[in-house]
Ligand binder design. Sequence first.
Ligand code: PXP
Length: 242
Amino acid sequence: MITLNINIDHIATIREARKGVEPSPVLAAQKAMLAGADGIVAHLREDRRHINDNDVRNLRKLVDTRFDLEMAATDEIINIALDVVPDLVTIVPEKRDELTTEGGLNIHSDIHRFAALSKSMHNKNILVSYFIEPEISQIDAAKKVGADIIELHTGTYANNFRSTKFAHEYARIKKAAEYAESIGLHIAAGHGLNYNNIKPLLKISQIKEYSIGHSIISRASITGIDSAVRDMLHIIQTYSRL
Ligand code: PXP
């Protein structure tokens, strides 16, 4: 079965536009779960531009499916994760001036740090996912540092959806997913996915999970969270069977 994890960061982005209390990402998470979401994702950024520490603690109390804390591998955020104990952490690169996560993590850049991170999370029964480019060398490195899951970065694929590079980007993801499965990793994918560009990916049977935020929250702002989540679930169920 393919699972859908909803990233609710942008509910908090709207709240932070006025630095107030609404809309609540925790309430949004509850509604997404009621609509059938398999998990909830929130990114606690170093600059706290959307999700804040209270959100993370409240989400931990509420989310009884799977709570995925997306985070950079900094000491401050690692300590918060070890204290909050989400079900899963997804390790991403983070730059202060980026609009959203740009590209996957280079695990080779600090292999010892990532290995220690995996170990400290495993000691608390927290699963670890690394957000990486669909490249064999990064997949091997993720395995080496103790990843349970890899999340393949689909941003370049999504940006090229209607371009001549589409076939190339699709093939990269397919090859990466096949390789990762062959070495025993569980495979997720995410970034830039929407109600159209997810359809071809659903034919890659090795990808078992999707992490989607912006397109679902955008649709939710017009139609409501319930139908935005159900619409995506319907596409996943239909196209993964074709
Ligand atoms: N996966 C990861 C690792 C991300 O950093 C993000 C963006 O926060 C997403 C998935 C969701 O991306 P989008 O909001 O484009 O669906």
